[in-house]
Structure formats: structure tokens, C-alpha cells
Design a protein around this ligand. Sequence first.
Ligand SMILES: Nc1ncnc2c1ncn2[C@@H]1O[C@H](COP(=O)(O)OP(=O)(O)O)[C@@H](O)[C@H]1O
Ligand SMILES: [Mg+2]
Length: 336
Amino acid sequence: MSDFKFKDFVERHPNIKFFFTGGKGGVGKTVSAAAIAQYFASQGRKALLASLNPIHSLSTLYGQDMWGKGIQKIEGIDNLWGVEVDIKEKISTYRDQLSERITSFLKWADIPVDPSAFIDIAVTNPAFEESAQFDTMTDIMLEHGDSYDVIVFDCAAVANAIRLLGLSKIYDLWLSRMIESRKEALSLRVQLSFRRDRVMEEVKRDPMLADLLRQHEKNRKAKEILSDAERTAFVFVTIPLALPIAVVQRFISMVRAFDIPVGGVFVNRVIPQEAAESDSTDYMKNSYLQQSRYLDMIQEKLGDLVSAYVPLYPTEVAGVDGIAKFCDDMLNFNPE
Ligand SMILES: Nc1ncnc2c1ncn2[C@@H]1O[C@H](COP(=O)(O)OP(=O)(O)O)[C@@H](O)[C@H]1O
Ligand SMILES: [Mg+2]
């Protein structure tokens, strides 16, 4: 296997802290994220598994209710914590905050209009939910980065993260423009005002400018972390089938364009040879034959990046023990 082999990769990156998993739906991103977190936990490192999915994936995986409850210790294993963000609740909090900002801005700027139309436009924007998700992820990185050795994010899809980063470029540009014009507007007021002292007070208290500056600084820190190959790795998950392979290829070229470091590719659900041979139906044998074509394709297109092969199990992967098994295979299984 390539020198991206998971353990080698980790050993070459002693300061690695943030992992993200990406790939097509259903390929094993959540399970892989959990296995990475458990790997570090089993090495005595404090690990946090963070899910921003709108579904209860961690609660289901561990059979432990974590939904919207903040950081919880995951039972049955040392050094592992989990957090399953209720993203809908976050979104509604963001909605309220934004409404407040718009209302106070219009008041501040002496614009006598009903703010509800502006608020509707802002919060029904499809990018709004994505920004809320990106912001939540940033908060977790910045607030808990120092308390955990490793944080593994299970995001809905890496496409999201990439889009969010692209978005954050635009968002940043927008923010810097806003900050500039905010500064100008404020100083104009200062210049025009007879009561200079009072306006200066207002300048300092301007909640919108303070907000924008805070957001700008947060985005800057997040981008710095996300493009730092010593601290961050995006791990892609595929299965030996055409579409998931194509998805990973596309993701990899996208993240590279954004300077996001790639931490390898997991090839999941590989039918072991003995399983195919001992199966009395033709189904497994045919799948096995088909698979070898796709394994060749993976070797050809992603070979250098493959960091783990994981076998297909007869049952789904669940619980600390199920994930520990997955983790063990992720380190040791070899399909040849
Ligand atoms: N190697 C495997 N063998 C058998 N079942 C697996 C394997 N990997 C994942 N699964 C199962 O496949 C389903 C999808 O996995 P999941 O990690 O939730 O995918 P994703 O997060 O990419 O949508 C789950 O039910 C999981 O238990
Ligand atoms: Mg998932």
C-alpha cells in the first residue's frame, strides 16, 4: 500500500488535530470518522467526534442519546467524547441573531422601513444554512481545539465543506467591504455631527461593526486551520464502485484547489477473497469479480492516496466494539 497508510500518515503528522471525512452518501463516512476518533482514543489521546449532520447519526451509531445535548462522554471507551449538534436549532438561533442585527442596523442608520422584508431575504437564502453549519464547525474548532488532542468532524458531505470554504472566500470579501463601508459611514457621521463626542461613543458601541470584525477574525482563523497540512486532514471514503470513486476524485481536485490538505482515501466494503470463495451463491462471486475491476481503477487513479482498505462485514457497523473492529481492519486489512 502507499505511504499514505493511515498509521504512517499519523506518524508523519504528530500535530494533526482536525479530521474531516468526505465521500458519497452511504459509503461509510460516519463509521470512518468514528474509527479515526477511536484510534486516537485507544492511543490515550483525548478525542472528540463531532457530527453536524441533520440526522442522529452518532446517537444511532453508539446507541446513546447525544442529540443536541452538547459534548457527551461516549460510554464503553476511554478518552472519547461526542457531540451531535442540533443544526436546526443552531439555524434558528442564527436567524434570530440576524434579525436583531438587521433591525438594529436599520434603526442605527435611521432607515424608517419595516425590517421584516430584509430579514426574510437574508434568512431564506440557501447559503444561510450552510453558513450556520460552517460557523458551528468553526466554533467547535476554535472553542475546543485546545481541550482535545484530536477532533474528527462528520459533516454531511465534504462537498459542503468545500462549498463553504468557497463561500467563505466570498463571505470574507463581503465582510471586508462591509467593514470598510461601515468605517466610512461611521466617520462620515463623526465629521458631520455637531456633537462629535456623542457620535464617537456610538462608533465604539456600534454593534454591527463589532460583530463583523469578530466574524471576520473567526473566518480568518478557520481558514488558517483548514489549510494547514500539519493540523488538518480530509479523509475521503469510497467503496469499489464507479460512482463513489468518481465522487472522491472530484472532491480531491476540489480540495486541492482550495489548499485543503488530503489525508488519504479509505476503501471500504471490500469483499474479502475467502468470503467470495466460501459463498455458495453466485452473487458474492460475481460481486467479487466486479470489485477487482474497481480496485484496479482505484489503484490506477488514487493509488498513492489509499490509506486503508476495510472489508465488507456481514452486518452493519455499530457500537464501540463494532467500530474498534473496523478500526483494527483499517490499520491492518490487506485485500491481496
Ligand atoms: N465495511 C462495512 N461493512 C458492512 N457495513 C458497513 C461497512 N461500512 C459501513 N457499513 C454500514 O453502512 C451504512 C452506511 O455507513 P455510514 O458510515 O453511515 O455512511 P455515510 O456516513 O457515508 O452515509 C451503515 O449502516 C454502516 O453500518
Ligand atoms: Mg453519515
